[in-house]
Every structure is written in structure tokens, then in C-alpha cells.
Design a protein around this ligand. Structure first.
Ligand code: PGA
Length: 245
């Protein structure tokens, strides 16, 4: 399975910086990365058109649960598709927490994204308390159950396992914990979705050049969703190089 290396730029960078970063990653892609990896950039909505001029595979960081209407400030899946996105990240823990996204909201967002032919990167992951109480697999199973309704569209889905406590903390989960959870996710996908064995499962949470190789050699890791390290062209490319090795 070709690995997907996705940069989640979150609410970072000015327009010039976004252009500069995209240009440097694009140059590196041509010279440093083999065909074994696919790279994706997910800039802030307003930077997408500028970044798209420099880099071909682009995603949004969210989309609305409706197709149009009186939703001030929201961006629809159709709008993302129109400006050249092929992916959208949905259910990131920062949105589940900061924007109170419910499973019903997420179901609507996934539905819209798939209807507009966007590939969905659906994020799951437990918080620290849930892990300490041994509830992490149950929490992730529950989050995954939102996908059951889309069982026939497995080929348009990617999962990102991101333990909340590892995001932006500098400390990724251990390789053993990552592999255990990814294998649990793989089993669940195979049980409930068509093509469940072909859905990519990305790891996210403090991925950096120094831990990327150990993470990418794990059997059920099919790529990474990268926040902080995706804002530095050299780090992002170095991570991608490890994935394609
Ligand atoms: P991080 O973020 O790489 O900065 O930990 C990952 C994410 O939130 O997707």
C-alpha cells in the first residue's frame, strides 16, 4: 500500500509563508521522494488557491455538514472540490473538542465530502484519561462506528489514529502502542466496511524525522498525519523520505 504523508498546517502561516513552504516541498518532492509515497498538504482554507498553484494534492481541514445555506463562516465540500481539493480532514480532535463536533455532525460532514468525491481522512483517538483507564480501544471503536453507514465507500476513506495526548506534545505514542491500536483499527475496518483491508491507517501525534522510521516500519501503519513538523519543509520531506525507504 502506498503510504500517505499528509501535512496538517492548521491555523498557521501568512500567505507568503504558505507559498514559500509549498514551493520548497514541491521542489523536494521532485528530487527526494520516490513513487512509494503520496504527499498531501492541508493549508488553511484561504491559502488553498495559492498553494494549489505550487502543489498538486491538496486537502481541506474540515467541511460543513450541509451543502449550502445560511451557515455563516462555514465551507462546504463542494467549495473545496471546486478549488481543487481531493481530500478533507474530518473529526480532528481539535475540532471535536473546540467546535463540539458530535458523531451526528461528523456523519453529515462525511456524507457531504463523499457526495462531492473528496477522500476523507477521518481522525480518531483517545485522550490521556481514557488511555490511563484502559478505555482507548473502546473509544476508538465507537468513533469508527460513524463510518458504518458508509460501508460501501471504503475506498474513499483513510483513518488517522491520533492519540490526543501525543498531538503537539513532542512525545509520540510508543511503536508498540501504535501497532496495537492500528491492528485493532484494521480488524474493525475489515469487520464493518467493504475494502476494509485496503483503507490506509495513518498515525498522527508528534511525528518527526527522528521517530518516523520506527513508526513507518510498523506493519499496520500506512502513512502519517503531521502537524508541527509539516511546517518545516526539510522535516516534512525527511519524514516522507523515511516512509518511502
Ligand atoms: P503534531 O499534530 O504533528 O503537531 O503532533 C498532528 C495533528 O494534529 O494532526
Amino acid at each position: 500500500m502506498k503510504k500517505l504523508i499528509a501535512g496538517n498546517w492548521k491555523m498557521n502561516l501568512g500567505l507568503d509563508e504558505a507559498r514559500n513552504l509549498a514551493g520548497r516541498i514541491s521542489q523536494g518532492l521532485n528530487t527526494r521522494i520516490t513513487e512509494n509515497a503520496e504527499l498531501l498538504l492541508c493549508p488553511a482554507f484561504v491559502h488553498i488557491p495559492a498553494v494549489k498553484e505550487l502543489f498538486s494534492t491538496i486537502g481541506g481541514q474540515d467541511c460543513a455538514a450541509g451543502d449550502n445555506g445560511a451557515h455563516t463562516g462555514d465551507i462546504s465540500a463542494r467549495m473545496l472540490k471546486d478549488i481543487g481539493c481531493s481530500y478533507v480532514i474530518l473529526g480532528h480532535s481539535e475540532r471535536r473538542a473546540g467546535h463540539h463536533e458530535s458523531p451526528e455532525d461528523l456523519e453529515g460532514k462525511i456524507q457531504q465530502a463523499l457526495f462531492r468525491d473528496l477522500n476523507v481522512i477521518y481522525c480518531v483517538g483517545e485522550n490521556l484519561g481514557q488511555r490511563q483507564n484502559g478505555k482507548h480501544e473502546d473509544i476508538v471503536s465507537e468513533q469508527l462506528s460513524v463510518l458504518n453507514k458508509f460501508s460501501a465507500q471504503g475506498l474513499f476513506l483513510t483513518i488517522a489514529y491520533e492519540p490526543v495526548w501525543a498531538i503537539g506534545s513532542g512525545e509520540s505514542a510508543s511503536p508498540a502502542d501504535i501497532q496495537a491500536m492500528h491492528s485493532h483499527i484494521r480488524e474493525k475496518l475489515k469487520e464493518s466496511l467493504e475494502y476494509g483491508d485496503q483503507i490506509r491507517i495513518l498515525y498522527g501525534g508528534s511525528v518527526k524525522p527522528s521517530n518516523a522510521r520506527d513508526i513507518f516500519t510498523l506493519e499496520d501503519v500506512n502513512g502519517a498525519l503531521i502537524g508541527g513538523a509539516s511546517l518545516k519543509a526539510d522535516d516534512f520531506l525527511a519524514i516522507a523520505e523515511h516512509s518511502a525507504a
